[in-house]
Design a protein around this ligand. Sequence first.
Ligand code: ADP
Length: 464
Amino acid sequence: MPKDRKLKVLFASSEVEPFSKTGGLADVAGSLPIALDKAGVDIRVITPRYKCVRVFGNEARLADKVPVYFINNNKYFMRNNLYAEKGGDYADNLDRFAFFSKGIIEGLKELDFKPDIIHCNDWQTALLPVYLKEIYGKQDKFYGKMKTVLTVHNLGYQGVFPKEGFPKTGLGWEYFTMHRLEFYDMVNILKGGLVYTDIITTVSPTYAKEIQTAEFGCGLNGLLSERKGALFGILNGIDHEEWDPSNDKELKYHFSALKPEGKCKEKASLQKEAGLEQRQDAPLIGIVSRLADQKGLDLIARIINPLLDHDVQFILLGTGEEKYHRLFEEISKRVPHKASINLKFDELLAKRIYSGADIFLMPSRYEPCGLSQMISLRYGTIPVVRRTGGLADTITGFDPDTTRGNGFVFERYDAWEFFDAIKKAIGIYKQKGLWAKLVSNAMKCDFSWDKSAKKYLEVYKKLI
Ligand code: ADP
């Protein structure tokens, strides 16, 4: 490729903030392309036009720059949700995302944009590398040299369907083998993508290693270790303009590493709003999370009562599994003056917690990257995390002797190890000088996209 020509990348994602969102994938798809644009890539985004997409015409832009194209199909995408409704996943998800993947490839001819690389994300676009290599690339010169990258955001979701549905992919039965898309007599879409894509990435260096082991590999560890030469772990970033305590329209008080005073005022204001006593001497411990086993909620369930026996305050925001809703409702009734329980999805309250709490709990069983701990750091709220995946790559234990570190880390998935780490945090909290240093360390961390966008660029360049 000539030096002065920009690399052309099409970023394909089944959700993109601010158009559609169920989780972290939307955050990444809405912010990484902006950073790649800054790094000099000619990047465009493509995504389904769901009912929730409020855009006229077939094109929008991210940050007034990166073009976003929408794929229309009223039957498949004009629905109340993205993937599932109350009763469970939509029954035709395989048809819907096979259509999306094919639609992207065929749509290129109408876009007047011939990418060097199509960057796919998760199982919803994992059929694309299969189609490109086995069908379009063989039949049509236009597609012959196009390469693919497939990013795994969470290996727990693979797009697994009953074998009877396989013909809906449009592929012949010769592709239904254990070296291609078959997985214990089921169809596994992500597996197909992992077999065929030129490069695989995942969202942190530690998770890239973990998924090659039986403990974290969700049945695909064998394939992932076979492909380890083409597997790269690149940490997600957060948008430093969206998450900025020194200049945040949604906060009443502002603060930064150099001027931290506003944080105490944010805490007092959050305490008041949450019906907690306005005390600076008791640590306010926060959680913002899906209430799911993956996030270590069972550990929290085991320690929450003994924790509330200490002189602490607790604030939780989250929705998810019914059993956790019941547990926290009981706690809310028992100690309303110490625990504020908010069982809902509320982006503003999330921000108030990130800024007003002192300590943030994230004892995940596994964590591909995790954004919440990075956001907490940015707002000077100190994470207590388990050493796994992206948590291991972003949080280092605070050492009172050297005063280095930005949080508290425990190893084993064990409630009492977790509790010990929280007690250590509470101990340091009481030593004001040390705590101020720790908060300053946290706020000085830089997990913005710039560094990671450069790493993606290096990966892209391997393909050209
Ligand atoms: P995951 O994508 O696995 O749920 P991440 O930590 O990567 O976890 O990202 C979660 C994102 O969703 C964070 O931005 C977090 O603030 C936000 N979030 C989670 N639960 C809620 C909630 N109940 N209300 C508002 N935001 C939430």
